[in-house]
Every structure is written in structure tokens, then in C-alpha cells.
Design a protein around this ligand. Structure first.
Ligand code: HEC
Length: 158
């Protein structure tokens, strides 16, 4: 009988130790897990993107054009870098991989027809929700500027 009590006591002790360990682990992991879920969700949303709504129906892509990249890079630091960086989330999402996530037409149309796309594109509505309702302002870009920015993003993607 005594042995049984001892066994029970040891078992209960072990259970408490294991439980505390797990609880701690799951607390630490919560933030990471949340981030992961979030990015998986966003990725899935992006894969479905079509060409968006706007003047750009088809972009012909050739080899990366270095002059256009430089033009896009300058535009980016002038007009975008207040809210975007390539690798970090600022006011808006990190954009390094944007050409892998969205079609070139979609990216250009969003830059050229920002307000209408925000109203009508369900994926952008989701994205704006994710950014606490803060939508990107219409930046009044012209098509060649949007094209140069696209080239810059193409060159930046890994
Ligand atoms: C005042 C802040 C601000 C500026 C300036 C800005 N953006 Fe944004 N951008 C955002 C926010 C916030 C979002 C996410 C919500 C949304 O789309 O409205 C976003 C979203 C985007 C997206 C969509 C990303 C996706 O995952 O689909 C692209 C592409 C983009 N921006 C490119 C640019 C480029 C290029 C410029 C410069 C010409 C620029 N942005 C300037 C705030 C900004």
C-alpha cells in the first residue's frame, strides 16, 4: 500500500512538471504561431490574385532592364519608402517578394488605380483590414512610373 502512495505521489509530481513546461512553451510560441497563421493566410489570398482592375491588361516582361530598375529604385525611395521597405513591415507590407506574390498587371493596376481597386478587390479589402483599416493613398503615378517600380521589384525579388 505504501509503495502505491509513493508511486502516485511521484506520478502527480511528474504530471505537474510536464504541464508547467508545456504551458510555458505554448505561451512563448503563441506570438510566433499567430504570425505564422497570419502570413499563411495572406499568402493564400495573394496566390489567387488576377490582374486587378485598371488600365494595364498585359505587361510584357523581358530581361531585367537596369535603367528602368534605377528609375524605379529612385521612385521607391522618393514616394514609397515612408510606408514600405523591401524587408520590413512599416506602414504597409514588405515588398521584396511582391512580384512572386502578385501578377505584374495587378501590381501596376493597384499603383495606377488605387482607390477603385481598394473598393472592389476583395483581397485588397482583406489587406486593408489587416492594416487596421489604413489604406494606401492614391499616389497619382503615371504608367511609366508604375512600370519602373515593377522593374525595381522584379530585380529585388529572390
Ligand atoms: C502612406 C503610406 C503608403 C505609401 C506612401 C505607399 N504605400 Fe503601398 N501600401 C500602404 C498600405 C497601408 C498598404 C496595405 C493596405 C492597402 O493596400 O491599402 C499598402 C499596400 C501596397 C501594395 C499591395 C501589397 C500586396 O501585398 O498586395 C503594394 C504593391 C504597394 N503598397 C506598393 C506601393 C508603392 C510602389 C508605393 C510608392 C509608389 C507605395 N506603396 C506607397 C501604404 C503606403
Amino acid at each position: 500500500m505504501k509503495t502505491l502512495y509513493i508511486l502516485l505521489f511521484v506520478f502527480a509530481g511528474l504530471a505537474v512538471i510536464i504541464y508547467a513546461g508545456e504551458a510555458n512553451k505554448s505561451l512563448n510560441g503563441t506570438t510566433m504561431a499567430l504570425n505564422k497563421i497570419d502570413s499563411v493566410k495572406v499568402k493564400k489570398i495573394k496566390q489567387n490574385k488576377g490582374i486587378g482592375i485598371g488600365p494595364v491588361k498585359k505587361v510584357k516582361l523581358g530581361k531585367i532592364d537596369a535603367n528602368l530598375v534605377n528609375e524605379g529604385k529612385a521612385l521607391f525611395s522618393d514616394k514609397c519608402s515612408a510606408c514600405h521597405s523591401l524587408d520590413e513591415e512599416v506602414e504597409g507590407p514588405a515588398l521584396r517578394q511582391i512580384t512572386k506574390q502578385s501578377k505584374p498587371e495587378y501590381i501596376m493596376n493597384y499603383l495606377l488605380n488605387t482607390t477603385e481597386m481598394q473598393k472592389k478587390d476583395s483581397q485588397l479589402k482583406e489587406l486593408i483590414k489587416k492594416y487596421n483599416g489604413e489604406a494606401m493613398p492614391d499616389l497619382g503615378l503615371k504608367e511609366p512610373q508604375a512600370r519602373a517600380l515593377l522593374e525595381y521589384f522584379r530585380s529585388a525579388a529572390r
